[in-house]
Write a protein that binds this ligand. Structure first.
Ligand code: AHR
Length: 548
């Protein structure tokens, strides 16, 4: 009898201990441990921080694709255009967002792009058949126009080079055109186009998704790595201050995923600064089994992809006995699964066709909030990231002839830009979890895992003492209470507290009903060293605090 009881007790204690242990292996890297308690407890110690956020973490992306450029940011015949042809309503939105860096001109587009077609007098620029999206490209908007536009909205340019149909020579000349002051063939050409001062573009992508069979000029990893190292060496003669980003795997589902990254870096590690990552997510039968509970856990797939890319970079660093540590550029990420095939990706030789015009609903916005959290907690390694894209094409902003609409995903992105500043705090979180199962799903995303109901990150700006807490409640049915225990720093005032939630996860905004998915104020908890707040079910919440 005693023996049976002891055995039972032993098994029970094993099972109890097993919960945090099993969960710990997946979650401990994120600072999480598992609890069965309903309440999520968070230790926020301002003396423990991971890194200072590089503002480039919240960048975006504009490609010559569909209506992103033409009718998105540039529409000279619109009453809303300024004297340069730029849409002023879009400029106001982007200025208000404070987008720090914008990647341009592609994407797949860049792999067939001749940058010379887009500079110089507009009446001399050719109209060409663009082959990535089968569209007409008039070249009325090009590099100098983009730089002008960036200066207007206060964003830094991140330029991509054509590694598909383009030569090393073309890529190197592009840098000379943009960054050399004067007295050389390409810098003087820029000056003749009316730009006396160099653009001093610091961040450059060495091609785009060169592993993809859809990419013009797709290459093997070795060929790409050799072209990248050759280009990079020549560029550094022209400008030693540039930051060069090599193409990493274009997705976790690629057959050569991580092998590509390793081989590329074996060729070009010493000459590059960052490695790119891309990922698009969706609530589909193959990815999630159409389960929103699984869908809202997909930002943890992004966490894992980052960890895997880091591991490859560090492996190469160790093999080369190099003191240089590469950073990551997650320069395409978003939800994208509805407008992803057929007419949505084929321009049919039209000018500014309607392509990739994904309509975002509430659950997409919640997951985008999750992605923001993932980027924040990995920002020691991810120094650049771009929400793909910015206007009309898989975008938070959509234009029509009379104005601009904020899609649901605009809001989590805007909170990150507005509030997440300074240091990323190293939180300790105890959260209840729910299981997700891999059976029958696409292998690269599917894992059996225990997912915390509450996903939380916090930043503290030492400059002004302001803190920001961003929280995703993945519980679809119930409120979740969060208790924040602050150490070293104490909140003194809630400056803002807002939540994005609703009863219909599939609700979306339209020009007719632009307010269906918008944030609403949430009663902030009393400020102090312990703060308790209740997160609504299926919600993403921001709290902005003054601290002492
Ligand atoms: O952002 C849309 C497309 O997705 C980009 O052109 C390409 O790089 C990626 O496959």
């Amino acid at each position: 009898m005693t023996q049976t009881l002891d055995r039972r007790r032993f098994l029970l204690s094993l099972a109890q201990a097993g919960v945090p242990l099993a969960a710990g292996s997946v979650l401990s890297r994120l600072g999480y441990s598992q609890t069965r308690a309903q309440v999520t407890r968070v230790s926020v110690d301002s003396a423990r921080y991971r890194t200072d956020i590089d503002p480039r973490l919240f960048g975006s992306f504009l490609e010559h694709l569909g209506r992103a450029i033409y009718t998105g940011v540039y529409q000279p015949n619109s009453p809303l255009a300024d004297r340069n042809g730029f849409r002023t309503d879009v400029i106001s939105q982007i200025k208000a967002l404070g987008v720090p860096i914008v990647r341009y001109p592609g994407g797949n587009f860049v792999s067939g792009y001749n940058w010379l077609d887009g500079v110089g007098p507009k009446d001399k620029r050719p109209t060409v058949l663009e082959r990535a999206w089968n569209s007409l490209e008039t070249n009325q908007f090009g590099t100098n126009d983009f730089i002008d536009w960036c200066r207007l909205v206060g964003a830094e340019p991140l330029l991509g080079m054509n590694f598909g149909t383009g030569t090393v020579e073309m890529a190197v000349n592009y840098v000379e055109y943009c960054n050399v002051n004067r007295g050389t063939k390409w810098s003087d050409l820029r000056r003749s186009h009316g730009y006396e001062q160099p653009h001093n573009v610091r961040y450059w992508c060495l091609g785009n998704e060169m592993d993809g069979p859809w990419q013009m000029g797709q290459m093997t990893a070795r060929d790409y790595g050799r072209k990248a190292v050759d280009t990079a060496r020549q560029i550094r003669v022209i400008d030693r201050d540039v930051r060069l980003i090599a193409c990493g795997s274009s997705g976790t589902n690629m057959p050569q995923y991580l092998v590509w990254d390793r081989e590329v870096l074996e060729e070009c590690y010493d000459q590059v600064d960052g490695l790119s990552l891309h990922a698009y997510y969706g609530n589909t039968q193959t990815l999630t089994g159409n389960s929103t509970a699984r869908y809202l856990a997909m930002n943890l797939d992004m966490d894992r992809q980052i960890a895997e890319a880091e591991a490859v970079c560090d492996y190469i660093q160790a093999m080369r006995r190099s003191s240089k540590r590469l950073w990551l550029s997650f320069d395409e990420w978003n939800v994208w699964y509805r407008a992803r095939n057929g007419a949505a990706v084929n321009g049919n030789r039209a000018f500014a066709p309607k392509l990739l015009e994904e309509v975002y609903n509430l659950e997409d916005a919640l997951l985008v909030g999750g992605f923001i959290n993932t980027l924040v907690r990995n920002s020691d390694r991810v120094r650049v990231a771009c929400l793909a894209q910015l206007v009309n094409v898989i975008a938070p902003l959509v234009t029509n002839d009379t104005g601009v609409l904020r899609q649901s995903i605009f809001y989590p992105y805007s909170w990150a830009l507005k509030y997440a500043r300074g240091r990323v705090l190293d939180l300790r979180v105890e959260s209840d979890t729910y299981p997700i199962r891999a059976a029958g799903l696409q292998a690269d995303f599917a894992r059996n895992a225990d997912v915390p109901f509450v996903d939380i990150v916090a930043t503290l700006n030492p400059g002004n003492g302001e803190a920001c807490v961003l929280m995703l409640n993945r519980d679809l049915d119930a409120e979740r209470e969060v208790i924040l225990n602050w150490r070293e720093t104490t909140p003194t005032r809630a400056l803002a507290c807002e939540t994005l939630t609703g009863s219909d996860l599939k609700a979306f905004n339209t020009f007719e009903q632009p307010q269906r998915v918008v944030p609403r104020p949430l009663e902030p908890p009393k400020p102090g060293s312990q703060m308790a707040l209740k997160l609504p079910p299926r919600s993403y919440t921001v709290m902005h605090l003054a601290t002492s």
